[in-house]
Design a binder for this molecule. Structure first.
Ligand SMILES: *[C@@H]1O[C@H](CO)[C@@H](O)[C@H](O)[C@H]1NC(C)=O
Ligand SMILES: *[C@@H]1O[C@H](CO)[C@@H](O)[C@H](O)[C@H]1NC(C)=O
Ligand SMILES: *[C@@H]1O[C@H](CO)[C@@H](O)[C@H](O)[C@H]1NC(C)=O
Length: 451
């Protein structure tokens, strides 16, 4: 109790010390969206001192902004209902949690709020002009372009690109979170975000078939779950408003998880999602780095490698779990069969540890082809990482509901972790899988010397 009292008094002290009230993001109603809004850009500054209380700043009054520190701008997109973005507070606090910096929320809700997307899109250049003027002022006060980072969501990604272009690509970094596609798809680089807009540009594409931009726009372009439908999002219009924005917003939630969660989302540089699912892209092709690039805040650890490539653009694919934390653990399931005839089908694998925790992976994106004495390496993706696997179950399916049931005669199966290659590989010999029937067994350690 006493401690709580002390804590509250301390909070009051901090607040009275700043001697001002907090500013907040403009909240508009649906009425404003219907009649449309004129552009007004508000800059809300947050610092580590108080990550939940914003100070209103402008190009003549920089407030508590410390120009010697890194400054991150957060720029939202189209607001069809006028409400503040749900993720904005989490993003501000997450950034301040990982680093002591200035975080500026660029609130252009007046301008972005309209039911007509093209009216909001038309204002992007003007928002960029306001930001350019503000940054010029920061530079005059001693800030460095190297320390400026912009996180742009949807239309905000292209706004960041326009600001970056105005500085000939000398801005430190731009992160585009599902950059807007409609009205921007197919446009030349000067009319959208592109890799030359900053020293490092990283992009997450989570809705390439609707609101997002399909083609690569950065030094690295991450395509979670192939960039199309995100797990956990409604697949039909009966999902209501979520049906429209869930995939698009997933890019923001994935980025957020890189600030908060201690499981890291690893991405695999690859030419296509199909190749990734077929396990062709697990070596990362990055000789300088042992690990594959991570999604989100720490993606710039790979900056030197990614910007030196010619052209300096890399696509990276990975799958995510439905919920936070989104990370997936990759394993290879190597199978050698001895059926006389070729068998095609999918494998579902379930792992269980001593405590009874189970995790499952369906490898069914396309049928695997099992040929006598040939090893097939299937990429399995689990949402949990079981340290000590006590039991494994396998189901083989050809997907046909009529016709004969097939058997898959396995000479050897081997399970090896990609996330933790140092872990012992697990094996099992001589198994017969009856189609659609679960076969459970205890694995043994594979012999050190493989056949
Ligand atoms: C900038 O902010 C200060 C303090 O809030 C205010 O007095 C001033 O009028 C603002 N300037 C502009 C150009 O908006
Ligand atoms: C601004 O930031 C620098 C570097 O973090 C620090 O040394 C300095 O004390 C800060 N200035 C103020 C006025 O807080
Ligand atoms: C972080 O990892 C530890 C153990 O490695 C776990 O107990 C904890 O729940 C994790 N925290 C989050 C936020 O995932």
């Amino acid at each position: 109790m006493l401690r709580l009292y002390f804590f509250i008094s301390l909070m009051c002290l901090v607040r009275s010390d700043t001697d001002e009230t907090c500013s907040s993001f403009t909240r508009l109603g649906f009425h404003s969206a219907v009649v449309g809004t004129g552009l007004r850009v508000k800059l809300l500054l947050y610092t580590k001192r108080d990550p939940t209380c914003a100070q209103l700043i402008n190009s003549t009054a920089l407030g508590n902004l410390n120009v010697t520190k890194k400054t991150t701008f957060i720029i939202h997109g189209f607001r069809p209902t006028g409400s503040p973005p749900v993720w904005i507070g989490d993003l501000v606090e997450g950034l301040l949690f990982v680093e002591d910096m200035n975080v500026i929320v660029v609130d252009w809700n007046r301008g972005a709020t309209t039911i007509l997307y093209n009216h909001a899109a038309d204002k992007c250049r003007k928002v960029a002009t306001v930001l350019k003027k503000f940054i010029d002022h920061m530079l005059a006060k001693g800030a460095s372009l190297d320390d400026i980072y912009m996180i742009g969501v949807s239309l905000g990604a292209h706004i960041s690109g326009f600001v970056g272009e105005a500085y000939n690509g000398k801005l430190g970094r731009i992160t585009g979170l599902d950059p807007a596609g409609p009205l921007f798809n197919g446009k030349p680089p000067e009319d959208r975000l592109d890799p030359s807009d900053a020293q490092f540009v990283d992009v997450i594409h989570s809705d390439i078939d609707a609101l997002g931009y399909k083609e690569p726009l950065g030094n690295i372009d991450f395509y979670p779950n192939g960039g199309l439908d995100q797990p956990g999002c409604p697949k039909t219009i009966f999902g209501g408003m979520q049906y429209f924005k869930c995939d698009h917003q997933k890019s923001v939630f994935l980025y957020l998880s890189s600030l908060r969660e201690n499981c890291t989302v690893t991405a695999y540089p690859c030419d296509s999602y199909r190749d990734y699912r077929n396990g062709k892209c697990v070596s990362c092709g990055i000789p300088q780095k042992e690990s594959c690039p991570l999604l989100g805040y720490y993606a710039d650890n790979w900056k030197d490698y990614l910007t030196e490539k010619d052209p300096p653009m890399t696509k990276a694919y990975f799958d995510t779990a439905e919920e936070k934390p989104f990370c997936i653990y990759h394993y290879f399931v190597d199978i050698i069969t001895w059926n006389k005839n070729i068998r095609r089908g999918s494998i579902t694998i379930r792992l269980k540890d001593k405590a009874g925790t189970t995790t499952e992976s369906k490898i069914d994106h396309e049928p695997a082809t099992f040929q006598k004495y040939h090893q097939v390496s299937l990429l399995a993706r689990f949402s949990q990482d079981l340290d000590k696997v006590a039991a494994i179950s396998l189901v083989f399916s050809t997907g046909s509901v009529v016709g004969p049931r097939y058997k898959l005669r396995i000479l050897r199966m081997k399970l090896r972790s990609l996330t933790h290659p140092e872990r012992p590989q697990l094996c099992r010999y001589d198994l017969v899988l009856m189609e659609n029937i679960e076969t459970v067994f205890q694995p043994i350690l594979c012999p050190k010397l493989q056949l």
